[in-house]
Design a protein around this ligand. Structure first.
Ligand code: FAD
Ligand code: SIN
Length: 541
């Protein structure tokens, strides 16, 4: 075993903290704000401070605006989840959501108005207009702006960006008590101890060749929770958004569902509007149905995309309602007021993740999770549009409450200067004779997941994917040192977990579609749980 020296002098030690929050999207920021009432909080984020899915959220946030709509919001969420949601978690989401939004408005968030009141739009599978938005199609940016402002005003919250969390730490009694952290600029590695840890690292869309997710969405949180022995659940449920911009050599970019909500029509390359052939709600059918319909049309017409057509809408309305989408497409030479937009489905959201109770507690004491990294039970087999920003706020706040209570139960702090271990060196790397081209592996992984663990799956494809993923996992063991390498390792682990759960669920349900078992089995409302602590035991609960 060779241990490389740190590339540069170690930076000053990290601040002492009672609570670590890993990730600074909506979930992490909301958790940190809550925890600041209970002690010193350290937010650790890889890359730049605001980078994450949250700032790219376009369509909006689902908020029941009136008392009777709370019940309807619950029913819509349960219906989309196809019997796999945990009802108690859904109830928490819809009941506490409005208060969390009100709180955010109090912290300065500006949502779009219609006359005196707020504007509410409709998205697929919602029975009411209940989507609040900001800046037309820039909802996430505004929510993060307000949360950042609030978090930065609180002296109890310290912050380190460009700090990549490698793994979670546990004490002798199996309690999570900190994290192993890589300073991206110096390469130094530190153990950072805390009384409780909130994991809010977002999703894993980068595991797929086509994704709407930003580059940080590499599934680190799920992989490290799994390595720490936490139960991960519902990993087979990956939501594919129907409409991401499809232009060769152009970054993948989301075209919000709200465009269909405002009257956008999907057409195949022959110009035919096809959605009525697939579902009575046509363009407003649930996301999984729209994605699979597009996939079928692409196969039937031997095309790599279909079109989203908004050219029949008023150009002024389009520019005002979707300013970011309009400007971005124009930058890529598509004037959406005049031309149809080439689109293709892309990996968008992980319904599965680290299992949590309704207070964000994972199966590892001291470890809490909120936001996309968690499987709180609110999404089931298919997430209702615009429910995840809300989930981040509601369960971020709850995880903070529960982590604070946990720290009290733990007794007086045992963390002092000794807990803040000085930077030592780079991560140890085994000397290996075989060369491994990491970028090639990353590319192959993303293609493999897209082809065999993507929108349409079957037993043969899943088995061969698992065999390949296991080989890669073995080859990567002990050789990853940089952030990029560690991310690739995490993506391989997450890929394997998705493929294993997808193989085990031998029927179709919501976002999980098996061409060898196309029927949706009603009554099969059990969850697939995977855990490394039980040597990859698979549990069905
Ligand atoms: P994120 O916002 O992704 O934040 C994760 C954080 O963790 C980042 O700060 C990241 O740097 C950090 N991190 C990750 N790994 C590590 C590590 N190893 N060490 C340290 N830090 C780490 N949902 C809606 O409800 N409405 C919408 O309109 C909507 N639109 C969307 C549009 C797009 C393009 C995308 C991609 C998603 C959209 N979603 C939407 C989904 C929603 O945005 C996300 O599910 C949600 O924002 C996730 O929030 P989060 O706090 O869990 O994670
Ligand atoms: C969108 O705007 O289409 C994305 C909404 C979501 O993912 O909830």
């Amino acid at each position: 075993m060779a241990v490389r020296r740190a590339r540069a002098a170690a930076k000053p030690t990290l601040p002492i903290a009672d609570f670590l929050v890993i990730g600074s999207g909506v979930a992490g920021l909301r958790a940190a704000i809550g925890l600041s009432r209970a002690g010193r909080v350290l937010i650790l984020t890889k890359g730049s401070p605001a980078e994450g899915s949250s700032i790219y959220a376009q369509g909006g946030v689902a908020v029941a605006s009136e008392e009777d709509d709370i019940a309807l919001h619950r029913d819509d969420t349960l219906r989309a989840g196809k019997g796999l949601c945990r009802e108690a978690a859904v109830q928490v989401l819809v009941e506490e959501g409005p208060a969390r939004i009100q709180e955010l408005i109090g912290w300065g968030a500006c949502f779009d108005k219609a006359g005196e009141g707020y504007a509410f739009a409709r998205e697929a599978a919602h029975s009411r207009d209940r989507i609040m938005r900001a800046g037309g199609d820039a909802t996430g940016t505004e929510m993060v702006r307000a949360l950042l402002g609030q978090a930065r005003s609180l002296p109890q919250i310290a912050w380190r960006d460009h700090h990549f969390t490698v793994d979670l730490l546990k004490d002798g009694e199996g309690r999570c008590n900190g994290a192993l952290v890589l300073d991206e600029s110096s390469g130094a590695v530190r153990q950072v101890k805390a009384r409780a840890v909130v994991l809010s690292t977002g999703g894993a869309g980068q595991t797929y060749a086509r994704t709407t997710n930003p580059s940080v969405a590499t599934g680190d949180g799920v992989a490290m929770a799994y390595r720490a022995g936490a139960i991960v659940e519902d990993m087979e449920f990956v939501q594919f958004h129907p409409t991401a911009l499809y232009l060769p050599a152009t970054p993948q970019f989301l075209l919000s569902e709200a465009m269909r909500g405002e009257g956008g029509i999907l057409r195949n390359i022959a110009g035919e509007a096809f959605m009525k052939r697939y579902h009575e709600m046509a363009e407003m059918a649930p996301r999984d149905i729209v994605s699979r319909a597009i996939w079928n049309e692409m196969v039937a017409t031997s095309a790599r995309h279909v079109y989203l057509d908004v050219t029949h809408l008023n150009p002024g309305f389009i520019r005002e309602r979707f300013p970011t989408i309009y400007a971005t497409c124009l930058r890529y030479d598509v004037d959406i007021t005049e031309e149809m937009i080439p689109v293709c489905p892309s990996a968008h959201f992980m319904m599965g993740g680290a299992w949590t109770d309704t207070y964000g507690a994972t199966s590892v004491p001291g470890l809490f999770a909120a936001g996309e990294v968690a499987c709180s039970g609110v999404h089931g087999a298919n997430r209702l549009a615009s429910n995840s920003l809300l989930e981040g706020l509601v369960f971020g706040a709850r995880a903070a409450e529960a982590a604070a209570d946990y720290a009290i139960r733990l007794g007086p702090s045992r963390n002092g200067a000794a807990a803040r271990k000085a930077a030592t060196s780079m991560l140890p790397a085994e000397e290996r004779s075989d060369q491994l081209d990491m970028e090639k592996l990353r590319n192959s992984l993303r293609r493999l997941m897209w082809a065999k663990v993507g929108i349409i799956r079957n037993r043969e494809g899943l088995q061969s994917a698992i065999a390949q993923l296991e080989k890669w996992e073995e080859r990567l063991k002990g050789r990853c040192q940089t952030r990029r390498e560690l991310e690739i390792q995490n993506m391989v682990t997450v890929g394997r977990l998705v493929a294993m759960a997808a193989l085990q669920r031998a029927h179709s349900l919501g976002a999980h579609f098996r061409s060898d078992f196309p029927e949706e089995l009603s009554g099969w409302d059990r969850h697939i749980q995977l855990s490394a602590s039980a040597s990859d035991a698979k549990r069905v609960v």
